[in-house]
Design a protein around this ligand. Structure first.
Ligand code: XMP
Length: 327
């Protein structure tokens, strides 16, 4: 390992394209020195950290990097497609795409307890990744998108990545090129590497994904409604210039129905809840006052375009007392 465990006191904050460029050149040289002609494996979720590490390593070692993207079926609309488009089609990466949707959704069937859902998703993720890794030959290194807050806050474990516990017999040396960087610096490096804005400036997205927003026991139809409603929310927030102004926003679909009327007939459909928060540290949050016209447009679109939904609600609860996620 060529990087120290502690960020040197005189290390400059990477906040300009020039500084990002210099960092990239330095890391490219270090990674080449560390890895030589060996192969490196990376679990590429499509989140900011793993995407920046992937782009950096592609620049440094090209096809010696093997990226594995596991789609657990709980991604937002278009996310796995974007990973494939950017890394396979544009950056010509060595990318293995695994659609494990059925495995995850079958295991989650009838499971309603939130922490059990999280455990199932986390464990299965490691299992799928390990199975894939053990099929590959000649891998010597494991790359990780560990960033400095992971080191300070959780003992160097990439806490929000579901890849935590690799089995004992899989002992790789780690490659962690952004481990001394703060999140804003990782984003600056990502921009300098030419990654799309939507990927670099992405809002936080929990490892269990839509799994904790499709409340209670996940069903495929409710998950579909959630994904479509979330895509509409993101599209309309973007059009209204809110994407950079609101810290995190998403939809939630609870596991109950309410009465409605559709085409003159009585319906019994799900509500969609819109959740939006502003915060500095995710510990204390306020709820932004979204323009009524924007909320109305989103409501109209969700009711018209998403089947199985008859109501749209806006969650007005700050944290505390509410948490950001609903479960
Ligand atoms: P809460 O709901 O605790 O969320 O106010 C605080 C932040 O953490 C995210 N979050 C998670 N991230 N795995 C994750 O990787 C999880 O299980 C998880 N639960 C919550 C949440 O999206 C918010 O940004």
């Amino acid at each position: 390992m060529y990087l120290p465990n502690k960020r040197p006191e005189n290390m400059q904050r990477i906040n300009t394209p020039e500084l990002a460029e210099a960092f990239i050149n330095e890391q490219v040289a270090l990674v080449r020195e560390q890895v030589g002609d060996k192969k490196v494996l990376l679990a590429l979720s499509g989140g900011v950290d793993s995407s920046v590490v992937a782009a950096l390593l592609i620049k440094a070692i090209g096809k010696q990097l093997v990226c594995v993207h596991v789609n657990h079926g709980l991604m937002r609309k278009g996310e796995s497609e974007q990973v494939i488009e950017v890394f396979q089609n544009q950056l010509d990466a060595n990318l293995i795409y695994i659609d494990a949707t059925d495995r995850f959704l079958d295991l989650l069937k009838d499971v309603s307890e939130p922490e059990t859902k999280r455990k199932i998703i986390g464990n299965e993720f490691v299992k799928v990744f390990d199975e894939e890794a053990s099929k590959l030959k000649g891998i010597s290194f494991l790359a990780q998108g560990t960033i400095y807050p992971d080191i300070i806050e959780s003992d160097g474990v990439k806490a929000h990545h579901n890849v935590g516990g690799l089995p004992e017999d899989m002992q790789f040396e780690l490659v962690e090129p952004v481990r001394l960087l703060y999140k804003d610096e990782v984003r600056e490096v990502g921009r300098a590497l030419g990654l799309p804005r939507g990927m670099v400036d992405r809002q936080p997205f929990p490892g269990p994904g839509l799994g904790v927003r499709c409340l209670g026991a996940i069903t495929r139809d409710r998950l579909h409604a959630l994904r479509e409603a979330d895509a509409i929310l993101r599209e309309e927030f973007d059009k209204a210039g809110l994407t950079d102004k609101v810290w995190q926003f998403f939809t939630v679909v609870p596991d109950f129905r309410s009465t409605g009327v559709k085409n003159g007939k009585r319906a019994f459909d799900w509500p969609v809840i819109i959740r939006a928060v502003n915060t500095v540290d995710a510990m204390v949050c306020t709820v932004p006052e979204i323009d009524w016209a924007v909320l109305k447009k989103i409501t109209d679109r969700i009711l018209a375009e998403v089947s199985g939904v008859c109501r749209v609600l806006y969650d007005l609860s700050p944290k505390p007392n509410a948490t950001i996620e609903w479960e």
